[in-house]
Design a protein around this ligand. Sequence first.
Ligand SMILES: [Zn+2]
Length: 292
Amino acid sequence: MPPSANSTEQQKYTGHLDSLSPQQQEALEKFRQEIKQEGIFDGKRHDDACLLRFLRARKFDLVKTKKMFGDCEKWRKEFGVDELVATFDYKERDEVMKYYPRYYHKTDKDGRPIYIEEIGKVDVKALYEITTVERQIQNLVVEYERLADVRLPSCSEKNGRLIETSCTILDLKGVSLRSFSNVFGFVKQASNIGQNYYPERMGKFYIINAPMLFSTVWGLVKPLLDEVTAAKIVILGSKYQSTLLENIPAESLPVAFGGKCKCEGGCQLSDAGPWNGSGVINGYVTNGSAKH
Ligand SMILES: [Zn+2]
């Protein structure tokens, strides 16, 4: 779709499966056809919902979308994503949770999996005594795959509609310039992987316990960002609880963040959510789109 077509008329379409303009539908068909011809289409992974995530990430510009998609497929091969998912044994998980807590925990009011990262608690010295940057990146990729293959399908099943995104809470409590600069390399690599290879997975992004300066800078940067993306990001100081609870049921939010959840053995380790113990449904099919 050329930029000139991006009129008010176009803006009522979100570019999701149930909200495509005729031009977007046409771009989707063309995109699928072209990657099939190029032999990089995988019927199992590339359903329409997946192709649309790439198209939306590049504003339905077919040339840019194909470049992004091709780069992603190339990276998947080089990184060995499929083998990694089949073999990765994250035996240091419980230990890592003490020094850099990152975990999925239940769902928000829209049925999205909640992902919590407590970056302020990071203890780099202790962390890298029990794991490596490489293994942390590998775990990140395995988790992205698990999100697509297990967590989101079970959330979709539970809600009876397609859930494609997650709700992230990034807690900056206790973060210092020093602790942040120590994990900056990892955070940068991690966000590159997210942006380039797992597009359109962010449904809501809360940054809590943000220092005043952070909020000020965000106020300046926000108008420069893509409107749709900017609207998903909420920056909050230390009084974040009531805002979180607008979108997250108290039962789903750990007590530490103002909710009511106290999982046995701790919310960090429980992996509580529809994906756990419900029997895994691989490949939630929507509109029969996975059949292509
Ligand atoms: Zn819990």
